[in-house]
Design a protein around this ligand. Structure first.
Ligand code: C5P
Ligand code: C5P
Length: 485
């Protein structure tokens, strides 16, 4: 019997053949995707592979699907959507009349018939979970590896994209499902090396205290963003912080010193009455990209994902796409500057989001209003970091909002506990946004929406109500606006 993964692989291969046919006919191709790490990795994989086969293509990154829907379609023979499209098939069908379409996505597809010459490669169509088992960059890679044998180098970007979409958040901090197959392919091809270690940010080139303070996934209250506290913790663990005039790095520590550091972090968490389980998220598989220099952010796949996010979320997605395609030199230097800017801005936003009174409680959701403190382009990153902090109640999803002109950008995140109980945030946001003239969707655990500012209160009430219904169906005790209805 053919398994579901084989069916997906075979569709990916046939899609690559179709793309090659278009390329051989001299087609004018548009490749379009979102602006987060998974999307930029996907764009890099597809555009890099198209470049290898001398295709004629244009690449475009959009912050919101409306940017595409509201602009001219352009005179393209083929449009390839990456990390975008499956949730908006009706809109794309109405918009695109003259081009062939390929969708490489991992969002749950809307159930409508597609035009005959459109192709959708999506794990959900084969019963494979696109939230946990493979991301858009993984899907893009499954196609790209059939465009040219050299595209195997992009297996690294498939890993970067999956980690950018937090697909390692499964209690083990390692990629599983189809991602694991891609990791094996990358390791066998000598592209990536894996090891089990502490997961700190800047592990091979920053001082240990700097690496610990730069770690936001997981968010460690009292340490993330606070170099001085990290330094005193490391000293209190009896770990030498210098070797001559050089800071010691994580990779310089002995196994015994790493254990002491880990226990020191647990001690810090329990002393300050935070859950010690946060520390377990610091242990997992490290994915290193072999061709990259050890002192760069492109060496460790998780750090590469943050680098890509920093380009997309500071409005310079083209830098991220170039990096993902394999360009280095001054492009990498530019990206490093954006990363510094991004990190400063994230640190400021997190300090605001974790300050007293920043979170508002509704019956079934917690709201974070970005106000003037959070850049709307970064509200999604803040929502992800905050939801990994274990500072939020497990039984209420976070709905983070930031206004840009007359439009509000919404980023919502749920705990795994709520998802296991049946909550589908993507559906909740899609339905609530639809009622109030906006657009919403996404995964069960992470979803987003855009809504007119003057409909925001009604939209939030609807989200609260829909989450309440879900809680009630799951048999949870709900304090309720629902009962009053
Ligand atoms: O568009 P896309 O599916 O790539 O985006 C998913 C978003 O959800 C990413 O920004 C990712 O960081 C976030 N996410 C999250 N928590 C999870 C899974 C994904 O915040 N457990
Ligand atoms: O923007 P953010 O990272 O919060 O989005 C979370 C998830 O929701 C992503 O997978 C994104 O593609 C999806 N989303 C969507 N429709 C929107 C906004 C976000 O499907 N209007």
């Amino acid at each position: 019997m053919v398994d579901n993964a084989s069916l997906l692989f075979s569709l990916a291969e046939r899609t690559a053949d179709l793309i090659k046919k278009h390329v051989n006919e001299g087609a004018n191709i548009l490749v379009i995707g979102h602006n987060d790490a998974d999307a930029l990795s996907s764009l890099g994989i597809v555009c890099g592979s198209l470049k290898i086969i001398d295709a004629n293509f244009t690449c475009r990154s959009v912050a919101r699907i409306e940017e595409f829907l509201e602009s001219e379609c352009g005179d393209y023979d083929l449009i390839i959507f990456v990390d975008l499209g499956s949730g908006y098939l009706s809109e794309l069908k109405s918009k695109i009349t003259n081009s062939k379409v390929v969708i490489l996505d991992h969002h749950r597809p809307i159930d409508i018939p597609l035009p005959q010459d459109w192709v959708q490669v999506n794990p959900h169509l084969f019963g494979i979970d696109g939230m946990t088992d493979i991301s858009a960059s993984g899907v893009s890679y499954l196609v790209a590896r059939h465009l040219h044998p050299d595209a195997v180098k992009y297996s690294a970007m498939a890993i970067v994209g999956a980690l950018g979409d937090l697909q390692d958040k499964n209690g083990e901090r390692r990629l599983k499902g189809l991602n694991e197959i891609i990791v094996k392919e990358a390791v066998d091809a000598g592209v990536v090396t894996t090891s089990e270690d502490l997961i700190l940010y800047g592990r091979s080139f920053r001082g240990i205290h700097q690496a610990l303070a730069s770690t936001y996934s997981p968010f460690i209250p009292g340490l993330s963003g606070d170099e001085a506290s990290c330094l005193s913790l490391i000293i209190s663990c009896g770990i030498e912080i210098r070797n001559g005039d050089q800071w010691r790095r994580l990779i310089d520590l002995t196994e015994e010193e790493k254990k002491r550091l880990y226990n020191g972090i647990i001690g810090h968490l329990t002393t300050h009455k935070y859950p010690s389980s946060i520390a377990s998220e610091l242990l997992g598989t490290v994915y290193e990209i072999n061709g990259e220099e050890a002192w760069t952010y492109t060496r460790d796949a998780r750090e590469f994902a943050t680098l890509l996010n920093s380009t997309g979320k500071t409005g310079k997605a083209w830098i991220g796409i170039s990096l993902a395609m394999g360009v280095r030199g001054w492009v990498l230097e530019e990206a490093n500057k954006l990363l510094e800017e991004y990190r400063r801005s994230i640190a400021k936003a997190i300090s605001y989001a974790t300050s007293q009174g920043a979170l508002e409680q509704m019956h079934h959701i917690v709201i974070l209003r970005g106000g003037t403190e959070i850049d709307p382009k970064q509200i999604s990153s803040i929502a992800s970091i905050l939801s990994s902090s274990q500072l939020l109640p497990e039984d209420k999803p976070l709905v983070a909002i930031a206004q840009e002109g007359g439009l509000v950008k919404v980023s919502a995140r749920a705990s795994s506990k709520l998802v296991d109980l049946g909550l589908d945030l993507g559906e909740v946001l899609r339905k609530a946004a639809e009622i109030y003239g906006g657009k919403g969707g996404g995964h069960r655990i992470a979803a987003g929406a855009e809504i007119a500012a003057d409909r925001l209160t009604l939209f939030l009430l609807e989200v609260d109500r829909l989450v309440g219904i879900c809680m009630k169906e799951a048999g949870l005790p709900v304090q309720s606006t629902l009962d009053e209805e």
